[in-house]
Ligand binder design. Sequence first.
Ligand SMILES: *[C@@H]1O[C@H](CO)[C@@H](O)[C@H](O)[C@H]1NC(C)=O
Ligand SMILES: *[C@@H]1O[C@H](CO)[C@@H](O)[C@H](O)[C@H]1NC(C)=O
Ligand SMILES: *[C@@H]1O[C@H](CO)[C@@H](O)[C@H](O)[C@H]1NC(C)=O
Ligand SMILES: *[C@@H]1O[C@H](CO)[C@@H](O)[C@H](O)[C@H]1NC(C)=O
Ligand SMILES: *[C@@H]1O[C@H](CO)[C@@H](O)[C@H](O)[C@H]1NC(C)=O
Length: 366
Amino acid sequence: MAALRFHSCFLVLYAALLIQTRCHGHLCLPEKHVALFVFGDSLFDAGNNNYINTTSDYRSNVWPYGETFFKYPTGRFSDGRIIPDFIAEYAKLPLITPYLHPAYSQYTDGANFASAGAGALVGTHRGFVVDLQAQLSYFKNLIGLLRQKLGDADARALLGRALYLFSIGTNDYVAPFATNSSGLLSYSREEYVDMVIGNLTIVIKEIHKNGGRKFGFQSLPPVGSLPSRRALNNSAVTGEVTARVILHNKALSKVLVKLERQLKGFRYSMANMYNFLGERINHPSKYGFKEGKSACCGTGPYRGINSCGGKRSAVKEYELCDNPGKHVFFDSGHPTEMANEQFAKLMWSGTPNDTGPYNLKALFEL
Ligand SMILES: *[C@@H]1O[C@H](CO)[C@@H](O)[C@H](O)[C@H]1NC(C)=O
Ligand SMILES: *[C@@H]1O[C@H](CO)[C@@H](O)[C@H](O)[C@H]1NC(C)=O
Ligand SMILES: *[C@@H]1O[C@H](CO)[C@@H](O)[C@H](O)[C@H]1NC(C)=O
Ligand SMILES: *[C@@H]1O[C@H](CO)[C@@H](O)[C@H](O)[C@H]1NC(C)=O
Ligand SMILES: *[C@@H]1O[C@H](CO)[C@@H](O)[C@H](O)[C@H]1NC(C)=O
């Protein structure tokens, strides 16, 4: 009797599962499955740069990166989780493995293509990173695989329900001033911003053409307030970079409104990282931090010299704070897990004054 009851209970469960899932061979997906595709730079890179030919300046696969959550360095530029990790958690997805990781096989949950140092422009840190165009070609390879596994119609449905998350642009504005060899400084502010946004727009339109509908963006951070810029202490350069970043943020907001009119079914979320970080840098204790300006890990003024982990080319020595959770910044340019979590919450469920017109939760549920 007990066995019989167990059996029929099992059948009911099994039937319920059948109704809500679609199977392709042994691969079954819930009908409403929403995948997460991640593009961008070090704020979103979960370890892709571990698998490209680059230098230790573009990698964080060394302790104390990862010390808080993973307990070992994964290639994330933080003491713990980064923003896409939290978004995946809120969306009830597993952590999204870096696309270039040899064990990556999570095709239907999404993929992370982000690469530390990358920009929207091919020339930004060329030869050391996977630029946004190259990230797009990896995405197109993945689409081919999804079609093989799911068939054209179901692959397109998956791509249409998926969320496409971007963190890109900061490196495009910072790099020309650091390397000073590219001739890019001769572009006016407006011309340069048009070029960065123009290249980002190409990628958005390509993803849309391949079925993508839901996009998540964030404004660029207040670069002048990053520990790295404070340590540089060059107000002329920092002023120029900041002016370009502010112009970029305005231009991006405008172009997204335009794309919403132009592209069929295009929906987006724009979260205000500029204000978010500015607030925490200037009023850390309001948000549970003790230190807003100095990094936890690094050396020099504000620990803003990029030496965390001791393997970078310029400077090897570094200091490390006791409690990263009390800092807004972990290293010279990247937030701690605590700050990442707060920002991910803002993206997920923020109100229209700082996350709009949709928040990510609303996009996932569309
Ligand atoms: C990796 O990059 C270095 C320096 O850019 C270059 O000398 C080397 O040939 C590259 N290796 C591969 C396998 O591409
Ligand atoms: C860049 O190079 C120009 C001359 O080529 C020089 O005047 C300028 O100071 C340099 N800027 C930086 C940030 O090194
Ligand atoms: C994209 O960037 C390149 C420089 O890498 C530039 O020549 C081109 O005009 C940009 N495209 C658009 C549409 O802005
Ligand atoms: C920044 O530079 C100014 C003058 O160039 C100098 O007075 C100041 O001490 C410097 N600050 C730091 C933190 O190095
Ligand atoms: C947005 O609105 C919320 C709730 O009304 C408020 O707590 C928050 O400070 C506002 N943020 C900004 C950037 O104005």
